[in-house]
Design a protein around this ligand. Structure first.
Ligand code: SAH
Ligand code: SF4
Ligand code: F3S
Length: 469
């Protein structure tokens, strides 16, 4: 980030406000917190009232069509603010890496002041300054992979849980997915920078971190492909040095940071789930015993067409191997229904894996065609009504399993990390189990940010009710 723009913008930002509208995944949220951080450094304060904001930033996602629709809906709304009071409108994020979208914005929404991409986040204040002072329309997009940028200020939404990105980009090119095109190739952050960031979070009182990457278990793999002996000696707070050369060693390093109580990560790719990672999860007390393991489909044929590089059997034996090593482990997953060519038999295989693994949570998606991907050109696209009916059948099974699993919690005493007051009931507080289940209980402000023991007294599909003991 070019520091000089902080002072330049401060000359006119006093009393001015901003809104960042984040529309995508946790990586996108993490970028959004950096955009907010830069704006706050430059003197803006946050508002959630779009009509009052002096700067509105759209932080976009394009992974599915409905994420795109969200942007165009909102742009119509902010046009009137632009006309009434000259609000500065900026759009960034993954969608801006798509040429046809940028073209559409420039022709249909010419009032947009700044368009920036995923590799130019660090230029944001410079772009904003030029748009405001020189009254220019700015387009700042690179289609080559940007460097890993360190040191951007972050204005975090939460005071207990924080996300920490460990790598950018993706090399996998699953045939349905736009992410590798808009985020570029895999680039890992230096483990010392990650350690320092997590240490600072711990000192600020954060209790839970989620490590982010499109494929976290290939952390440092691309770098080691170029230099097979690559290894970092990370200097810890106590002066000791610890060696990091993989995702497993990174988990072990972060597990040693005092104050952090829980470590999560999303997402690992089943094809890269090596034994050392399983052992690290087993050994590290703070690493939550819930693994998000994206299945996408339970059919070996569909997985092949998706370019996922594992079969139904590989996935099931990986689950078994992990369960053997870590008996109390639970899984969550992502599933796509209606991928081109998916037959009834293929779909039945997905249901079969779901019944066998009994996931704690399933994020279900209807396949969405993305321009530029291989699957978009496949001829055997599935009709909408079949996609929807399969989606509903999967949802029914998932809910049945969740309900069954919920009843197993009743009567148990479990640790939950208390996140705050319940939004709907003033006496109630809310927290999460290690397996990410919401637990509501009667508590006090004292409990917030702490791990407390509760006895689960009842289950209610999307949350459990507990009693503090
Ligand atoms: N890198 C992560 C996921 C990134 S996108 C991983 O590999 O697990 C998050 C989820 O969106 C994916 O897991 C997939 O289930 C879903 N998704 C991606 N592209 C999609 C598309 N074109 N249509 C529907 N769902 C999609
Ligand atoms: Fe997309 Fe596959 Fe990469 Fe995940 S691993 S971001 S689904 S291409
Ligand atoms: Fe995330 Fe959407 Fe981009 S899922 S990486 S914000 S395309």
């Amino acid at each position: 980030m070019e520091e000089k723009y902080i002072d330049k913008i401060k000359e006119f930002s006093y009393g001015k406000t901003y809104t960042v509208l984040t529309m995508g995944c946790q990586l996108n949220e993490n970028d959004g917190e950096k955009i907010s951080g830069m704006l706050e450094c430059a003197g803006y304060t946050k508002t959630s009232d779009l009509s009052k904001a002096d700067v509105i930033v759209f932080n976009t996602c394009c992974v599915r069509e409905n994420a795109e629709d969200k942007l165009f809906g909102k742009l119509g709304e902010v046009k009137k603010y632009k006309e009434q009071k000259g609000t500065i409108i900026a759009i960034g994020g993954c969608m801006m890496q798509e040429e046809h979208i940028v073209k559409k914005i420039k022709t249909s929404y010419p009032f947009v002041d700044v368009i920036f991409g995923t590799h130019t986040l660090q230029n944001f204040l410079k772009d904003l300054y030029n748009a405001i002072i020189e009254n220019k329309k700015i387009e700042d997009i690179l289609d080559i992979d940007g460097e890993v940028i360190e040191g951007l200020p972050v204005a975090r939404e939460d005071k207990i849980k924080a996300s920490v990105s460990i790598m950018n980009g993706c090399n996998n090119f699953c045939t349905y997915c736009i992410v590798p095109y808009v985020r570029g190739r895999e680039r890992s952050r230096n483990p010392q920078d990650i350690y320092d960031e997590v240490l600072l979070l711990a000192k600020k009182g954060y209790k839970e971190i989620t490590l982010l990457g499109q494929n976290v278990n290939s952390y440092l793999v691309s770098e080691r492909a170029k230099n097979k002996d690559l290894s970092y000696k990370v200097e810890k707070e106590n002066g000791e040095k610890e060696e990091v050369y993989s995702f497993a060693t990174l988990l072990r390093l972060l597990n040693s940071i005092e104050g952090i109580e829980r470590i999560r990560f999303i997402s690992p790719h089943p094809k890269d789930f090596t034994t050392d990672v399983i052992e690290a999860i087993r050994d590290c007390k703070k690493v939550c015993k819930l693994i998000h393991l994206p299945l996408q489909s339970g059919s070996t044929e569909v997985l092949k067409a998706m370019n996922r590089k594992y079969t139904k059997e590989n996935f099931l034996s990986l689950v078994e191997k992990i369960q053997k090593e870590i008996p109390d482990i639970e899984f969550s997953t992502d599933i796509i229904v209606g991928f081109p060519g998916e037959t009834e038999e293929d779909f039945t295989n997905t249901l079969d894996v779901v019944s066998k693994v009994k996931f704690e949570q399933i994020y279900m998606f209807i396949y969405s065609r993305r321009v530029g991907t291989v699957a978009d050109k496949m001829e055997n696209q599935i009709p909408e009504e079949i996609k929807h009916s399969r989606f509903n059948r999967l949802k029914e099974l998932a809910e049945k399993i969740i309900a069954e699993k919920n009843t197993e919690y009743v009567g148990k005493v479990i640790d939950i990390l208390v996140e705050g007051k319940s939004k709907t009931n003033d006496n109630m507080y809310t927290g999460r189990t290690e397996t990410n289940k919401v637990v509501n209980f009667e508590g006090t402000d004292e409990n917030i940010g702490k791990i407390v023991k509760v006895k689960i007294v009842s289950e209610h599909m999307w949350y459990l009710k507990g009693k503090i003991i």
